[in-house]
Ligand binder design. Structure first.
Ligand SMILES: C[S@@+](CC[C@H](N)C(=O)[O-])C[C@H]1O[C@@H](n2cnc3c(N)ncnc32)[C@H](O)[C@@H]1O
Ligand SMILES: Nc1nc2[nH]cc(C(=O)O)c2c(=O)[nH]1
Ligand code: SF4
Ligand SMILES: [Mg+2]
Length: 246
């Protein structure tokens, strides 16, 4: 049987710009394809001429990715980016959990970072998470507000996902903007606190112009409200956008 392959959009070294590990050096593996289509999504869609990898860490010189790639090919590219200089390897996308057969082959080949494998996920594919859960160290999970993302609700999937993830180093990201509906935010908070006292990051939507659209009073109101139910609630905008990092 031929080995599983996957379409990769980007492989690069950068600084984590979101969530509770913001500021940590990571290698990013961006998979093509997603099961959702959030209206605010800032991610390249995997158009072949943009599928690229950084041959040397920090060089900003990119080569085209010869897609689709085998796990061995991806592991070799990652080794060239010096895993030992990194906190962890971020599996992102798109939705990385659309590629679980590939990940089952790849992750055992990824060694040498200090903290291991960091999964960045939309939190809607619990069955896929279950398949690779033992191989993952950190989970950054979104709970999607349907009104803000302009998608169908995923509450049930999120609940099942968070129950599986709670045994790991997990935190939840809630992407919000000025028009996010209070009842959807409340529902997300209830969902989290019913599963556990899990750290929450409220992340304002960044516009294509690199601005956030969330006034400070609203940010403070939602944080205070969340702190009535959870002990660790932070408001953190995406920092890589204004640092000019990838
Ligand atoms: C591009 S997604 C890839 C991983 C996965 N599909 C997900 O949604 O979590 C990575 C993170 O970026 C966030 N994100 C995407 N576009 C954004 C934007 N315009 N402003 C703020 N956060 C954004 C997502 O909500 C998610 O937390
Ligand atoms: N620097 C940086 N930090 C990030 N955190 C989450 C990202 C993502 O797109 O998954 C991301 C990204 O694309 N770049
Ligand atoms: S789930 Fe993530 S990658 Fe998919 S559309 Fe939403 S933000 Fe973009
Ligand atoms: Mg991103």
């Amino acid at each position: 049987m031929s080995p599983p392959v996957a379409p990769l959009v980007e492989i690069f070294s950068s600084i984590q710009g979101e969530g509770i590990w913001v500021g940590c050096r990571q290698i990013f593996l961006r998979f093509a394809g997603c099961n959702l289509a959030c209206s605010y999504c800032d991610t390249p869609r995997g158009i072949p001429q943009y599928c690229r990898w950084e041959a040397r860490p920090g060089s900003r010189e990119f080569l085209l990715l010869p897609n689709p790639l085998t796990a061995q090919e991806v592991a070799l590219m990652i080794r060239k980016l010096e895993p030992a200089a990194h906190h962890s390897i971020s599996l992102t996308g798109g939705e990385p959990l659309l590629h679980t057969s590939f990940l089952l082959e790849l992750i055992p080949l990824l060694k040498g970072t200090r903290q291991g494998i960091y999964l960045e996920t939309n939190g809607t594919l619990p069955d896929s998470l279950e398949r690779i859960l033992p191989l993952v160290d950190i989970i950054a999970m979104d709970i999607k507000l349907p009104g803000t993302a302009n998608i169908n609700p995923c509450w049930q999937e999120h609940r099942a996902f968070l129950k599986l993830a709670r045994g790991k180093h997990v935190f939840v990201k809630l992407v919000v903007d000025e028009d996010s509906k209070p009842e959807e935010i409340e529902r997300a908070l209830d969902l989290i606190c019913n599963v556990g006292d899990i750290p929450l990051v409220i992340q304002p939507v960044t516009t294509p112009e690199g601005k956030t659209r969330l006034n400070p009073e609203k940010a403070i109101t939602w944080q205070s409200r969340a702190l009535e139910k959870l002990t660790d609630v932070r408001v953190i905008p995406q920092t890589h956008k204004f640092l000019g990092h990838l």
